[in-house]
Design a protein around this ligand. Structure first.
Ligand code: ZN
Ligand code: FE
Length: 251
């Protein structure tokens, strides 16, 4: 039986996701920024939490960890250095969740500890604050070449991969993307779609890799028109990526 997913919002713009295996009844939650929101999502679905997967150490992904763990007894998997983790994992590790393979992808850049959880059987990846809809995470701990290397790991997944990211930053990301890639018809169409979705309060997450490859400027430093617009025709992809990331910080 396929895994089921339930996304829920918390704080001003965060998303968490419950991952449920109907055959065994096991349920994992991706991140625990706010314990109350996790409990509400569990109540709504009627699912019982067995596992918690932490992407990185930032407060909006970990503040509820201790309370969720103490109230549910869940098994916590995540990167080194976070209090309350039962199974410390690193990039290219894998584990089984209710008979489903989960592969860890280390994507440093936003933070150095960032882990993304990839479910190849379900064709789904949880990208934390690395890859957003038409955007990518701010470089708090890493640099441009590091983040570009991380994004390339995600770009190598099958194009139909479903991407859950941890923030609804889409409208701001869309405005910036248009400034970098104004002639991109796929981007223009995507921006129209997400504007309509947000006007009706519909989440723009999840997205999928094929759409991001076509519309997300942070995945498109090789694009001729983007390079020409930046005056960086002969630069490396990492240099173009870094310039786009710098411009986003100033946008
Ligand atoms: Zn973060
Ligand atoms: Fe965050």
């Amino acid at each position: 039986m396929p895994l089921q997913f339930h996304q829920f919002a918390y704080n001003s713009d965060n998303y968490g996701v419950l991952v449920h295996d109907p055959a065994t009844g096991k349920t994992a939650c991706v991140d625990a920024g706010e314990a109350g929101a996790v409990f509400e999502a569990l109540k709504k679905t009627g699912w019982t939490l067995s596992d918690l997967w932490i992407t990185h150490h930032h407060w909006d992904h970990t503040d509820g960890l201790a309370e969720v763990k103490s109230k549910t007894g869940c098994h916590v998997t995540g990167p080194e250095g976070i209090k309350g983790i039962d199974a410390v994992v690193k990039g290219s590790d894998s584990f089984e969740f209710a008979g489903h393979r989960v592969e860890l992808i280390h994507t440093p850049g936003h933070t150095l500890d960032m882990l993304n959880f990839y479910l190849p059987g379900a064709g789904t990846v949880f990208t934390g604050d690395t890859l957003f809809v038409m955007g990518c995470g701010r470089l708090f701990e890493g640099d441009g070449p590091m983040m570009w290397a991380s994004l390339q790991k995600l770009m190598a997944l099958p194009p139909e991969t479903v991407i859950y990211c941890a923030h609804e930053y889409t409208l701001a990301s869309a405005a910036f993307a248009l400034s970098i890639d104004p002639g991109n018809a796929a981007l223009q169409a995507k921006v129209d779609r997400v504007k309509a979705m947000r006007a009706s309060d519909v989440p723009t997450v999840p997205t999928d890799l094929a759409t991001e490859l076509a519309t997300n400027p942070f995945l498109r430093p090789a694009d001729k028109d983007i390079r020409a617009g930046l005056g960086m025709v002969d630069a490396t992809d990492a240099e173009v990526f870094t310039e786009i990331r710098t411009r986003k910080d100033q946008f």
